[in-house]
Design a protein. Structure first.
Length: 290
């Protein structure tokens, strides 16, 4: 244990150096976010405290050391803080649920745009395999005149999903514990937007980042030999749920776009199109129900 509590600036430098040595991609950002979590404020407040020359209490210094040690093992930052930002939401996450990624915010935007464009006073959207609830709750809160239904069938994930639905409190969002293949038969032929971020990593592939490899639930990652088993199911379920002109939005890996467009076209979807994320990697494919 340290004999004297350091300044915020020194603590941040020490933390960032330790995280950089552990291979963390953005060590300064993670150091500031961990300090913000310890201090109960935001990242901007930590940066201001460092500039002012503020010091940490011994208790806060020890707590930050403990959290940095955890992050240095590559435990996800979001598991340590218990939350993950997603668009305007703060979602609660932890072991057993897939941590939403920034690239999925673009996928949600595609779904939201399609939902806003629906020619209905109260359009219906479905998020299949909702995980933390990210896409469903984004649609529900950003398109408040819509009705949004979300399906999740992992017990471990559902604990977090349910908590997020309660926390966000969108009264136009409905959560069901059900396999996506059999979800919402009562909505057949009425849905304007069917969205999903399915497992799409091929079974033999090993995710590069330890945060993914060791901490994300395998059921949310792996999608069969070519990674597209669940996509094939989604295509058929989407045709069942969507009304003519309804939109399907599927997130996928950057190398899978052509294969997914082929699957959708073979099943009868029209106008399949792939969309890049902010890093210009192919990230989502959309199609229209004939």
């Amino acid at each position: 244990m340290n004999t004297a509590a350091p300044s915020v600036a020194d603590a941040l430098r020490t933390a960032a150096d330790r995280l950089a040595a552990a291979g963390i991609a953005d060590p300064v950002v993670d150091a500031e976010l961990l300090a913000a979590f310890v201090l109960g404020g935001g990242r901007g407040g930590v940066q201001a405290a460092a500039i002012r020359g503020d010091t940490l209490t011994q208790a806060d210094s020890d707590r930050l050391d403990e959290l940095v040690a955890r992050r240095a093992t590559r435990e996800p930052l979001q598991h340590i803080t218990g939350t993950a930002p997603f668009r305007h939401l703060e979602l609660r996450v932890g072991p057993g649920v897939f941590v939403p990624r920034p690239e999925t915010e673009m996928v949600a935007q595609l779904a939201i745009d399609a939902l806003r464009a629906a020619a209905s006073a109260s359009p219906v959207a479905v998020d299949l395999g909702t995980g933390s609830g990210a896409i469903a709750l984004a649609m529900a809160t950003e398109v408040p005149h819509a009705r949004v239904f979300a399906a999740e069938n992992s017990v471990d994930a559902y604990v977090w999903t349910k908590e997020n639905f309660v926390h966000v409190g969108a009264d136009n969002a409905t959560l069901a514990f059900i396999d996506l293949a059999h979800a919402f038969p009562e909505l057949d032929g009425t849905v304007s937007v069917v969205a999903s971020n399915p497992p799409y990593v091929p079974d033999a592939a090993i995710p590069r980042d330890p945060e993914v490899r060791f901490f994300d639930p395998p059921a949310a990652l792996y999608g069969g030999e070519d990674g597209l088993d669940v996509v094939r199911v989604l295509s058929r379920v989407g045709l069942r749920l969507a009304h003519p002109g309804g939109t399907l939005v599927i997130e996928h890996g950057e190398w899978q776009a052509e294969a997914i467009r082929g699957i959708l076209a073979a099943d009868g979807w029209r106008a399949a199109a792939t969309h890049p994320d902010l890093t210009q990697r192919d990230r989502a494919t959309t199609a229209l129900r004939p």
